[in-house]
Design a protein. Structure first.
Length: 130
């Protein structure tokens, strides 16, 4: 009996952990990975990671850009700028953010472009390092 219960538990756990990937999420993740590779940004991004982060519609990213980026959402996007610290964001991050907007929420592209137009990015010089 314990062996049967153990076998049932293993089957239930493996069924729960199996990948029931959403085709749209996988398609968008694949598109993002391909476009990021073409742009030379996010070299370690995989389809699995992008799918886990963004799902079918990248709700955290897209909703932040649909709202008021002067408040808390802005802090999420560019970090905490308290005490006069300037936003520290790379040119690669801006490029990657635009790709996320293009793939997941093209309706926010104008807002995204307006937002990053006020950001002074810096170019990374350690492109070979981790």
């Amino acid at each position: 009996m314990p062996l049967l219960v153990g076998a049932i538990c293993v089957l239930l756990i493996s069924a729960a952990c199996s990948s029931d990937s959403d085709p749209l999420a996988e398609q968008r993740a694949s598109e993002l990975v391909d476009r990021a590779a073409e742009a030379g940004v996010a070299p370690g991004l995989t389809v699995e990671t992008a799918e886990a982060l963004y799902g079918t519609d990248a709700p955290a990213f897209c909703e932040a850009h649909r709202g008021d980026l002067d408040g808390v959402a802005g802090l999420v996007v560019v970090g905490n700028t308290a005490q006069g610290r300037r936003p520290v964001i790379t040119d690669e991050a801006i490029t990657f953010g635009r790709l996320v907007a293009e793939v997941y929420c093209p309706d926010v592209l104008d807002d995204y472009d307006a937002f990053v137009g006020d950001v002074d990015p810096f170019e990374r010089t350690d492109r070979g390092g981790a």
